[in-house]
Design a protein around this ligand. Structure first.
Ligand SMILES: [Zn+2]
Length: 334
C-alpha cells in the first residue's frame, strides 16, 4: 500500500541506550520515579487496532501571535488539542514512541500522536508571580494550556516533549531568564523539574541552537554535551533520550547528532551522550515504530502551523492509516 508521506530510511531499531553525563550517576533512578502514571481506566476507543499505522509528531515553537510558521497562538494550540481529543487521538512522548510503548500508554482503540515544543521560550512555560511570591503557571503558556487540558479530559496525559536550549537568545534558555517576559533566571531549573514531575519529556535542542553543519565536530558535540550537563544540573539523574536538530540541519558527521562526548575543561569530567531518537524538522507523519522503515535517528515531524493539524488528521483518518493502540496487554512481550 502506498502512503502519501515518506518514511525514515530502513535501519535497525536501536535498543534503548539512553544517554549519560559522566559515569557516576547518583540519583539515576530519578527519571523512573518521575515517570508518568499508568493510563487511567478507560473504556476502549472506537477504532480497530493498527500497529503499523502512522504517528504524527507535531512541532510547536512560539505560542503567541506572530507572522511566521513558528508562531501559533494559545487559542490555536487549545483548538488543536480539542480537535485531537475529539478525533480520538491521545498523546505520547517521543520516548514512548521510540520505545514502542504506545500500546502501554494509550488505551485500546485510540490513535496516537506526539507534540514537541522546541526552543524553550517563555511562551511555552511562563510563571506569573502572585502576591506573596506565589508562582502560577501562566494559563496562556503551552504548559498552562496542556496541564489544564489534562485535568479536564479523561484519558489525556501530560505527555509532550520539550526540546530545550539552556543558553539561547531572547529568553530561549530553559523558558526565560534575565526578566524577559517577567521570567526570573532563578526559575529555570524549577521549571525543568516541574515538567519532569508532571510526566513531560525533556529533549536536547543543543546549548544555543547552533547550525550544526557550520561547525567542526568537537564544537557540535560541545553544544550537545553542554545542554546535557545543564539539564543534569537542573534534574539530577534525568536521562535525556531525544535530540531535535536545530533548524533540522544535520552536522557534517551525522552520527555525532546522537552519539558523542566532550571533556568539560572546568571539571575535567567527560560528558557522553547516546540518544536513540533524533527529530527532523519536517517530513509528514512518522511511520510506526514497528514498521521496518522506522529509523529512530530520523523521526519526521510536522510544523503545527495554522490548520496543519486538521489537514494531517483528515488525511490519516480518510485513509485509515493512523496508528491505533491495541491496549496494554498487547503491548507486552515485544
Ligand atoms: Zn529550534
Amino acid at each position: 500500500m502506498k502512503f502519501p508521506w515518506r518514511g525514515g530510511s530502513a535501519a535497525a531499531l536501536l535498543a534503548c541506550v539512553g544517554c549519560g553525563v559522566g559515569d557516576a550517576r547518583p540519583g539515576a533512578g530519578v527519571a523512573a520515579a518521575f515517570a508518568a502514571a499508568d493510563v487511567p481506566a478507560q473504556r476502549p476507543g472506537p477504532f480497530a487496532p493498527n500497529r503499523m499505522g502512522y504517528v504524527p509528531v507535531f512541532e510547536y515553537h512560539v505560542i503567541g501571535a506572530g507572522p511566521t510558521e513558528f508562531h501559533h497562538t494559545p487559542r490555536e494550540l487549545q483548538a488543536d488539542l480539542e480537535l485531537l481529543y475529539r478525533r480520538g487521538y491521545r498523546p505520547v512522548t517521543v520516548a514512548e514512541l521510540d520505545e514502542r510503548r504506545i500500546d502501554q500508554v494509550v488505551p485500546a482503540g485510540y490513535k496516537a500522536f506526539a507534540a514537541v515544543f522546541d526552543d524553550a521560550s517563555p511562551s511555552q512555560f511562563r510563571y506569573l508571580e502572585r502576591p506573596g511570591g506565589r508562582l502560577e503557571v501562566d494559563p496562556t503558556s503551552a504548559v498552562g494550556i496542556w496541564t489544564r487540558f489534562t485535568a479536564a479530559h479523561p484519558g489525556w496525559r501530560n505527555a509532550a516533549t520539550f526540546c530545550v536550549l539552556s543558553a539561547g537568545d531572547a529568553g530561549g534558555a530553559f523558558f526565560g531568564n534575565g526578566n524577559i517576559q517577567g521570567q526570573k533566571t532563578a526559575w529555570r531549573y524549577p521549571k525543568l523539574r516541574f515538567l519532569v514531575r508532571q510526566g513531560f519529556e525533556l529533549c536536547n535542542h543543543t546549548q544555543w541552537h547552533a547550525r550544526m553543519d557550520r561547525y567542526p565536530d568537537a564544537f557540535v558535540m560541545e553544544q550537545i554535551a553542554r545542554l546535557a550537563l545543564a539539564v543534569d544540573s537542573a534534574v539530577p539523574g534525568y536521562r535525556i533520550r531525544t535530540l531535535a536538530l536545530p533548524l533540522g540541519v544535520w552536522p557534517r558527521n551525522r552520527s555525532i547528532a546522537w552519539r558523542g562526548s566532550w571533556r568539560d575543561p572546568g571539571s575535567g569530567r567527560t560528558v557522553r551522550y547516546d540518544y536513540p531518537a533524533v527529530l527532523e524538522v519536517a517530513g509528514g507523519p512518522n511511520v510506526s515504530p514497528f514498521d521496518p522503515r522506522y529509523d529512530g535517528h530520523s523521526i519526521d515531524r510536522i510544523i503545527a502551523y495554522r490548520n496543519a493539524v486538521r489537514v494531517t488528521l483528515d488525511r490519516l483518518d480518510r485513509h485509515g492509516t493512523a496508528y491505533v493502540s491495541s491496549g496494554a496487554a498487547a503491548g507486552r512481550g515485544r
